[in-house]
Design a protein around this ligand. Structure first.
Ligand code: GTP
Ligand code: MG
Length: 189
């Protein structure tokens, strides 16, 4: 969606944030939008929303509508409704819990089966970025750095445009990941 005001172009993009329970979706969004972090875990119920306004360049403003979807929802039947009109997504797993990486394929399959880019843009899967979250815990007894070659291959085979190791706690790579997704969509549009 684009609107013209003087010579400033404004874009509104809906992004989804999905992944298994407790992987840090809400924390990533809170860090990105409000620059806050809490160790206190309060599981999301259904879906939550946040808006991030980015002065992308002197001429471009991007409004990101972030849909924070509860991990629990993979077992529900509402995701099709939540996914409607999304243009991009992040799939999050927790590097300290390998079983959450199993969830990654399932979330990606759920996205691919229920949402595609607008016809005007040629359809096809929406761009999806993989986030290996809680990287601050690596080396503290649990979790290890992702093998970059293996991760690149995984992304290629499963249709992720890119992966990032993130930490909502330390504010690592969250801006970078978001910027990558926005850049990709600005390039498609
Ligand atoms: P659901 O809403 O239940 O699907 O979970 P979620 O994916 O939104 O997870 P949430 O952001 O609520 O985080 C779960 C727990 O992990 C909380 O206790 C957070 O403080 C913690 N957490 C999230 N991100 C990080 C991180 O980058 N590092 C560390 N150390 N803890 C994190
Ligand atoms: Mg949550």
């Amino acid at each position: 969606i684009k609107s013209q005001r003087s010579n400033v172009r404004e874009y509104l993009y809906k992004f989804l944030v999905v992944g298994d329970l407790g992987t840090g979706k809400t924390s990533i969004i809170k860090r990105y939008v409000h620059n806050i972090f809490s160790m206190h875990y309060k599981s999301t119920i259904g879906v939550d929303f946040a808006l991030k306004v980015i002065q992308w360049s002197p001429e471009i403003v991007v409004r990101l509508q972030l849909w924070d979807i509860a991990g629990q929802e993979r077992f529900g039947n509402m995701t099709r409704v939540y996914y409607k009109e999304a243009l991009g997504a992040f799939v999050v797993y927790d590097v300290t819990r390998p079983q959450t990486f199993e969830g990654v394929r399932k979330w990606k399959a759920d996205l691919d089966s229920k949402i595609s880019l607008p016809e005007a843009w040629g359809g096809g899967n929406i761009p999806v970025v993989l986030l290996a979250n809680k990287s601050d815990l690596i080396g503290e007894g649990h979790g290890q750095h992702a093998n970059p070659t293996e991760m690149d291959t995984f992304c290629k085979e499963n249709g992720f445009i890119k992966w990032f190791e993130t930490s909502a706690k330390d504010n690592t790579n969250i801006d970078e990941a978001a910027r990558h997704l926005v850049t990709t969509i600005l390039g498609i549009e």
